[in-house]
Design a protein around this ligand. Structure first.
Ligand SMILES: [Zn+2]
Length: 603
């Protein structure tokens, strides 16, 4: 159980700021992720230069907004330079009136306006105090935190200004000596400490200098901001993690969105799982007797890599030496779904998305279960999906629509499948006529055909307590199948890695992939004990365009990022082990998975 509270400051000012900045205390309680979830605040740098000043940053969640002003002819113009002044663009029209309209409609959230004085400090500030005097709804109770930056009076003069005027102090060396009672923010230029461009890492020396500056600034008890920072995702994340309170950016919408998912996208595995090292003591020229096809749904290379990093650099699957890359496009789309992806591997034919075991014209395709059955094999499916899910059903059914559950169940009952361990108990009354239901805990021998349910629809996710049900099911299935005199074909699916991708959840991806890897270990142990089993491990497609943008192998931490909530068209890896594994090396279409299995078995 881990929880964290966001806290900014410990002094009197802290309460004000926590309120002013509208911080929500985030309590995250989870037994799985050990990564604290915090709220990071975004500062819209040079906000007046946005196409829609104030509104763009404000509506996208920026907590601090910067406006440069210049006093000319008694007006406070919004501009960086005097010669760029545009009539009508004043502090009132672009900022104060907009803020006031929010007060009037009751929609103002707490926000800091960082006013950067570009003209002489004392005269501009005098005018500013006069102008703000016309907006009591904004100045009352620090509704808006007005913080003066740029040209400022001497620190000794800060306290001569009204209560609603605060200052941005820009000298770290003076923090110990000046009166901080009117200082609401400490800011310095990032360039004083490093030339880092926001890609990769700072040098160790620069990192130390930057960290020390942050510590020094924060020891004042005031929130801290760097300006002149690199404006990349890497920089936002690095500075946020270092404790910078306001992340400086010209892209407030992107930065707010990115930082709001930074901690959610980061996962740390508390304790590494044991991995199994295969012996390679099989005769690679022998003909395999049995075949185990393992499909990680949505299990791309990044999914595997993330689990490897979380597991301190080691997985069972990464100990394998016969490796292929599989092209996953379906017949009608570059991006396949699980139905077409599984149909390609189960039948050797490309079909349209949503189709199960039929071709693009609805024609029935011969699948691996019927091919192997015909040769006297026992056949079995173990999956964490429902037995009528798209991936398992492509191995036994023939339907043009993956959601035709009654049709799939009918095909299941006619398939001759000898064993399944899967979710889908909600269809037990229709399935149960044909299959003998058994309990996983007492399952030892095959009394054909056998059904064991892991849940109503899908089996529970790892996060919801599935525990070791998948590796255990596969172990029991292998025992029962190998006790028969016939050879066997077993399809195993780690179905819920895909769900982690669709949910853009790094933790779900890692936990489901690690469970799949534990299951792979179970199969490889069996293969090593029997030396007659070909094991093929692959995926139907990648899900979410998952990428790894940070982390630490020693700590088991992974920071992921996502392109989409859908599947992608990137090739997926394939690993093979056992007699016949060599033929799986190379780059090929998913339909060749079927053909290679058939040719390895000399069917
Ligand atoms: Zn999917």
């Amino acid at each position: 159980m881990v929880y964290s509270l966001f806290s900014l400051l410990s002094i009197r000012l802290s309460n004000d700021l926590v309120r002013v900045l509208g911080l929500v205390l985030v309590c995250m309680a989870t037994a799985h992720s050990t990564f604290a979830q915090r709220t990071y605040l975004v500062h819209s740098h040079n906000d007046y230069a946005q196409e829609l000043p104030f509104w763009y940053a404000y509506s996208n969640g920026a907590s601090s907004i910067e406006v440069d002003i210049f006093l000319k002819d008694g007006k406070l113009y919004v501009t960086h330079e005097e010669h760029e002044i545009v009539e009508g663009r004043t502090l009132e029209t672009l900022y104060l009136d907009r803020l006031e309209s929010l007060v009037l409609s009751g929609e103002l959230r707490e926000v800091q306006l960082l006013i950067d004085l570009k003209s002489e400090a004392y005269a501009t500030l005098k005018k500013l105090v006069e102008v703000l005097g016309k907006y009591p709804s904004l100045t009352k109770d620090d509704k808006v935190k007005f913080v003066i930056s740029g040209n400022r009076p001497k620190p000794d003069d800060y306290k001569k200004y009204p209560d609603f005027i605060w200052f941005d102090h820009q000298n770290l060396d003076e923090l110990d000596t000046i009166d901080l009672s009117k200082v609401a923010l400490v800011s310095v230029s990032f360039k004083n400490f490093t030339v880092w461009n926001g890609y990769g890492r700072m040098t160790a020396n620069d990192f130390r200098a930057v960290s020390q500056a942050i510590q020094k600034a924060k020891s004042s008890g005031r929130p801290f901001r760097f300006w002149a920072t690199p404006d990349t995702r890497t920089a936002w994340a690095r500075l946020a993690r270092l404790g910078v309170d306001f992340i400086n950016t010209d892209e407030p919408a992107l930065a707010t969105q990115y930082l709001s998912s930074l901690d959610k996208n980061t996962y740390r595995l508390e304790k590494a799982r044991e991995v199994y090292t295969p012996t390679y003591a099989y005769d690679k020229n022998a003909e395999p007797k049995n075949i185990v096809l393992m499909i990680g749904d949505g299990n791309g290379l990044a999914q595997i890599t993330s689990a490897m990093i979380a597991n301190r650099g080691h997985l069972t699957v990464t100990g394998l030496k016969n490796i292929g890359l599989v092209k996953t496009a379906s017949h009608d789309d570059l991006i396949t779904d699980s139905a077409a992806g599984a149909t390609a591997m189960a039948t050797g034919n490309k079909t349209d998305n949503r189709a199960i075991g039929v071709g693009p014209n609805g024609e029935t395709l011969t699948n691996l279960i019927s091919v192997t059955k015909e040769k006297g094999f026992n056949t079995a499916i173990v999956t964490t999906d429902a037995i009528y899910g798209a991936t398992p059903s492509a191995f036994y059914a023939h339907r043009v629509e993956r959601d035709d559950t009654p049709g799939l169940v009918k095909d299941l009952n006619n398939s001759g499948l000898d064993l399944f361990i899967a979710g889908g108990q909600n269809e037990e009354s229709t399935i149960g006529n044909v299959f003998n239901p058994k309990d996983l805990n007492s399952f030892e021998t095959l009394s054909k055909p056998t059904a064991i349910y892991l849940g109503d629809n899908k089996a529970p996710s790892m996060k919801n307590g599935r525990g070791n049900a998948l590796p255990k099911s596969v172990g029991l299935a292998l025992n029962a199948l190998s006790a028969q005199k016939e050879p066997f074909f077993l399809m195993v699916e780690g179905a819920q890695i895909d769900n982690g991708g669709h949910a853009n959840s790094t933790s779900d991806i890692v936990e489901e992939m690690l469970d799949f890897d534990q299951t792979i270990a179970e199969v490889l142990r069996f293969a090593d004990a029997n030396k007659n089993t070909l094991v093929v491990i692959t995926a139907d497609h990648e899900t979410s365009g998952f990428g790894i943008v940070g982390g630490d192998v020693k700590e088991g931490t992974v920071q992921g990022d996502f392109l989409t909530v859908d599947h992608t068209g990137i090739m997926v890896p394939l690993f093979a082990y056992g007699p016949g594994a060599d033929i799986f090396n190379g780059v090929y279409e998913n339909t060749e998975v079927f053909q290679k299995i058939v040719s390895a078995l000399k069917l």
